[in-house]
Write a protein that binds this ligand. Structure first.
Ligand code: ARG
Length: 273
């Protein structure tokens, strides 16, 4: 009796498994593979939208220089896409697991990152700067010695701070750049090291907070932003091709002027790869 019952159960389970396998198989084969003639695949692009003026939330939408540039590039490439605000650390994990097809997030092209990811050609030149309260005695990066510094975790800001003063508790790492700045306003850190355009934008938008930006080209080198892809992504070539067209057509200049109110120095973008 028991034997019969369990045999029956085993058959039912086997049948269910077979059916489930069929189901998932047929789903797989009908999903777009990107080859010609099949439905176009929507490219998923990840970002950390807490980095104005490159990407930030406004009335529930992701806006910014990167957002406009991405749109121009994807249109030029004829690619359908969706931009998702997934956060900075999660973005890199999502690229590794290929949950996203690419990222745009003011990401500096670095040799170390190039070992795990591919980058587009450079699209923006930046550098680290120091953001402090207006009455701070800090005049350059070396003046930060012995002070607590806020950075966004795993950014070139953190790298620059550690290069100058070594790793340790004096460098406080935050999930977003905005949170690092809040911490400074609350007195938790004395300075924030972040990307120049982001620091300038914050000061401009928050005059009552009484902050200032300190540049120090002796201690902070030029950086170049690139769009990022999982290693060996086929998208890179298409995006590079479209980015070049967007730059050559003047569309890039138009977007740059909209966000930065000045002419871009396009020639300097050719200096890094
Ligand atoms: N450029 C810096 C880096 O690549 C900071 C970028 C942070 N971007 C952001 N959307 N939070 O490390």
């Amino acid at each position: 009796m028991w034997k019969k019952k369990s045999l029956f159960a085993a058959i039912v389970v086997a049948l269910m498994m077979a059916l489930a396998a069929c189901g998932s198989k047929s789903k797989e084969t009908s999903s777009p593979s990107g080859s010609e003639g099949e439905a176009k695949k929507k490219i998923v692009v990840g970002t950390d939208a807490a980095f104005a003026p490159f990407e930030y939330m406004e009335k529930g939408k992701i806006v910014g220089f990167d957002v406009d540039l991405l749109d121009a590039v994807m249109k030029e490439a004829g690619l359908d896409y969706e931009l998702k605000n997934i956060g900075w650390d999660p973005l890199f994990a999502a690229l590794q697991s290929k949950e996203v097809d690419m990222g745009i997030s003011g990401i500096t092209i670095k040799d170390e990152r190039k070992q795990s990811y591919d980058f587009s050609a450079p699209y923006f030149e930046a550098t680290q700067v120091i953001l402090v309260k207006e009455n701070s005695p800090v005049k350059n990066a070396l003046d930060l010695k012995g002070k607590t510094i806020g950075v966004q975790n795993a950014t070139t800001g953190q790298e620059a701070a550690e290069k100058l003063f070594g790793k340790g508790n004096h460098i406080k790492k935050f999930e977003t750049t905005v949170v690092a700045i809040m911490e400074m306003l609350n007195g938790g850190v004395e300075a924030v090291i972040t990307d120049n355009a982001v620091a300038n934008e914050y000061v401009k938008n928050n005059p009552t907070k009484k902050l200032k930006v300190i540049e120090d080209p002796n201690n902070f080198a030029s950086e170049y932003y690139g769009m990022i892809f999982p290693k060996n992504s086929e998208l890179k070539a298409k995006v590079d091709d479209a980015l070049k067209k967007v730059i050559d057509s003047g569309k890039y200049t138009e977007i740059y002027k909209k966000w930065f109110n000045k002419e871009p120095n396009i020639q300097r973008l050719g200096q890094s790869s």
